[in-house]
Design a protein around this ligand. Structure first.
Ligand code: PRP
Ligand code: URA
Length: 208
């Protein structure tokens, strides 16, 4: 499986607080922001660099800068919005595209209700963000949409994944690396991740 679980003590500590059913929306948003900052480090590890030297106050230093346009961050609405500001902190010149997908409660299949990607998506790497990778239907659909828009490459950044969802994404998009904080046990009868953290969108925005 091309799923990279970030087993860092800070990530695991904050994820445990996030999972806790007693954690309210304010703390949930803060923790999701902080975890995304930490995961963002791993999700950007293969971005290409160009050499660049600069004059320091003392001499000339050889350095590197990101090559070309910075990535496009693509949150899957709603819950992906909770990860977007943290990635923008790391990539201040990134563009942001939005994809609105809602799971049909009966079929668990994603229904698209919104899409706005930058006109220059073909010049950028896309980092799709969505905390939950459950059946994988939403992530696979979002990846197809950014590929259709011509993205140079795609990375999927999630928080908690089910083995079923990882399998679906890898079957449909074997070229897309997945970075997350935890690979959980399974899905329940309602296609919720077990143990997971519940409904991420509802917990973020207090719509439970
Ligand atoms: C959740 C979650 C993912 C999707 C994952 O969103 O944020 O987008 O479900 O499930 P899947 O892997 O089975 O497709 P939801 O559709 O509940 O919408 P919301 O974020 O607006 O609550
Ligand atoms: N969407 C969520 O928000 N949580 C799950 O466990 C599954 C889908």
């Amino acid at each position: 499986m091309q799923f990279q679980a970030i087993d860092h003590p800070l990530v695991q500590h904050k994820l445990t607080l996030l999972r806790d059913a007693r954690t309210g929306p304010k703390e949930f948003r803060e923790l999701l922001f902080e975890i995304t900052l930490l995961l963002g480090y791993a999700a950007t590890q293969d971005l290409p660099l160009d050499e660049k030297s600069v004059e320091t106050p003392v001499g000339r230093a050889r350095g590197s800068v990101l090559r070309g346009a910075q990535p496009v961050i693509v949150p899957v609405l709603r819950a992906g919005l909770g990860m977007t500001e943290a990635l923008l902190r790391l990539l201040p010149a990134a563009a942001v595209g939005h994809i609105g997908l809602a799971r049909d409660p009966r079929t668990h299949l994603p229904v698209e209700y919104y899409r706005k990607l930058p006109a220059d998506t073909a010049q950028r790497h896309a980092i799709i963000v969505d905390p939950m990778l459950a059946t994988g239907g939403s992530a696979a659909a979002a990846i197809s949409l950014v590929k259709q828009a011509g993205a140079r490459g795609v990375t999927l950044l999630c928080l908690v994944a089910a083995p079923e969802g990882v399998r679906v994404v890898q079957e449909q998009h074997p070229d897309v690396p997945i970075v997350g904080a935890a690979l959980d046990d399974r899905l329940d009868d309602h296609a919720y991740i077990v143990p997971g953290l519940g409904d991420a969108g509802d917990r973020l925005y207090g719509t439970v």
